[in-house]
Design a protein around this ligand. Sequence first.
Ligand code: CA
Length: 253
Amino acid sequence: MANFSVQLGEKRVNSSGSVRTNLTKSPVHILIIEDDPAIATNLYDFLEARGHSVDAAADGITGLHLAVTQKFDGILLDLGLPGMDGITLCRKLRKEADIDTPVLMLTARDALDDKLKGFDCGADDYLVKPFAFEELLARIRVQLRRHHAQDTGEVLRFGALAMDLAAHEVRLGDRRIEFTAKEFELLELFMRHPRQVLTRVLLYERIWGYDFGGESNVIEVYIRALRQKLESAGAPRLIHTLRGVGYVLREDA
Ligand code: CA
């Protein structure tokens, strides 16, 4: 269960004395504002089945009311809604109610221009319908971490590699590297556990949260993508394979 939660506030001090955000999974409270009953129901069932608590509204007025009167960790907001559209709702949430809960906008492909309007109104990210639920979870995780990091200003460092969690930005020396939400999440896991061997089982569980039956090469695909981006300017390898065991972030071969 609980694929997409990271601890929002809980911290512990590890044996080396540094403070580290606890990545243990825990349930979060999500608000779905979506008038398409099929999408809303599927999202609701999917999140609830993973142990999260979910509220849903099918129109903008009800959605805004819930968002203002209750405490949520994240809001999934459809763009086209009866009563009040998603952009107006988001703007009211930010400007009038002064609520900074992460908002993930759900938009139709033919309304991509609204992506910009979405950010203008204060949304944190957007997803084009139809979307894979796993991608949705990855995006929510990113927003939860970013939201948390804004309070702490947390930057993870390993050698010349710096990961700014609030800005969702990775730099290797002076070079800025773009990662997808899932790649970012995987790299973050390595950076939180430098020089430690991360087994395939652990990576599956932490990043994908479900069992692939051991046949999937999804880890190899993502490791390859990370390496290509990290090593593209001739930088030495940082993520090493321990055959039959897993992977490790370290500077030497
Ligand atoms: Ca709609």
